[in-house]
Ligand binder design. Structure first.
Ligand code: FAD
Length: 336
């Protein structure tokens, strides 16, 4: 049985930063993540994509942000259960929560913080014949390292931020040829990213194929082309070393949906005082929670983590006085 003060479900940026804020209050943390590495979406979906809205970092790659967070929390010696999914929760006679993973690892803590982001990752796959033959052989659902696409002919499908952002990034001197295929003429992504894509198309730096869908994949052993069907103009074949359908991740809360928490559209309802759920002692922060005015941004999750640990401290030590001290005064005193 792994015992800790705060058991964090999800080692994305918000779960990781919780360790730091909890550590300042001398609370120990342990994290569970179904992925084999920490970092959540930042390391799984877009490690090499720059982020521009982390305070004091005008630009930082998502993977580097994860590394920096790991460095920042190292003094507080968090424990990790990686590659295991938090599955069951129960309470013992002393009022502590017991969380068991799909592999049977048991964790015990008075406080649970759910920082499960989008839930367990599952990319939405298009229903195309023979698709599985080309998976990891030219068809990828996540771009982990853009260098993989250097000098290659890449077709990207999708109309959201991931498709737009990666189109812009790969067209910027990485891939030999980038084609963006979208089934509508309008895009769901950020207007700024849409504009960048339009500018690239106008400058002839990408092929923009709208009102079209990829309907077939072909190649001898590895992907060589995709067939595209236009709503009115019939089909055409596009040469491709890679096809990256970015249709999002199906938002599956997974087992957490059965934890008797108030759920609203796949998100966990919390109050805005301390981001506690309807179950006292269980908090939810980051992309997984919802409240009026919620923004799914990393810095908002950092704020939620900071307030949440103050409340957790008071739950664990109701008789202790908690005084806010600046790190410049107190320093960062890690655990032995
Ligand atoms: C392409 C893209 C670009 C983005 N750009 C920006 C940006 O520029 N700025 C910004 O602020 N935000 C950006 N975001 C959003 C940002 O990545 C999220 O807000 C952030 O990752 C949320 O962090 P989190 O810790 O709440 O959750 P996540 O990063 O989603 O991590 C949650 C973790 O929980 C784990 N998990 C879930 N359920 C379980 C379970 N039952 N058991 C064990 N583990 C579980 C998952 O495996 C995952 O690792 C972007 C997102 C994408 C996809």
């Amino acid at each position: 049985m792994i015992q800790t003060d705060i058991l964090i479900i999800g080692a994305g940026p918000c779960g990781l930063f919780t360790v730091f804020e909890a550590g300042l209050l001398k609370l120990r943390c342990h994290l569970i993540d179904s992925l084999p590495q920490p970092g959540g979406q930042c390391s799984e979906i877009y490690p090499k994509k720059p982020i521009f809205d982390i305070p004091a970092y005008p630009e930082i790659l998502a993977g580097d942000l994860t590394d920096k967070l790991m460095e920042q929390i190292a003094p507080f010696k968090p424990g990790f259960t990686l590659g295991e999914r938090a599955e069951f929760i129960e309470k013992d006679d002393e009022g502590q929560f017991i969380v068991t993973t799909n592999r049977g690892t048991k964790h015990r803590a008075p406080i649970i913080t759910i920082a499960a982001g989008l839930g367990c990752f599952e990319p939405r796959k298009p229903p195309i014949e023979k698709l599985s033959n080309y998976e990891d052989n030219g068809v990828e659902y996540i771009i982990k390292d853009p260098e993989f696409y250097r000098g290659k002919k890449v077709v990207i499908s999708g109309g959201g931020d991931s498709a737009l952002d990666w189109t812009v990034f790969l067209a910027n001197g990485v891939a030999e040829e980038v084609t963006l295929v979208h089934r509508r003429s309008g895009f769901r992504g950020h207007p700024d990213s849409v504009q960048k894509v339009m500018d690239l198309a106008e400058a002839g730096k990408i092929n923009l194929v709208v009102n079209c869908e990829v309907v077939g994949v072909d190649g001898d052993g590895k992907l060589e082309s995709v067939s595209v069907k236009h709503k009115t103009d019939g089909d055409k074949v596009i040469e491709a070393d890679h096809w990256v359908p970015l249709f999002g991740l199906s938002p599956k809360l997974g087992p957490i949906a059965d934890w008797n928490l108030n759920i609203n559209k796949n998100s966990i309802e919390v109050d805005t005082l301390d981001y506690q759920t309807n179950v006292p002692g269980i908090y939810a922060i980051g992309d997984i929670n919802t409240y009026p005015g919620k923004l799914k941004l990393i810095l908002c999750g950092f704020h939620e983590a900071t307030l949440m640990v103050q409340s957790a401290f008071k739950r664990i030590y109701p008789d202790k006085n908690l005084v806010l001290k600046y790190t410049t005064v107190n320093g960062v005193n890690g655990f032995e």
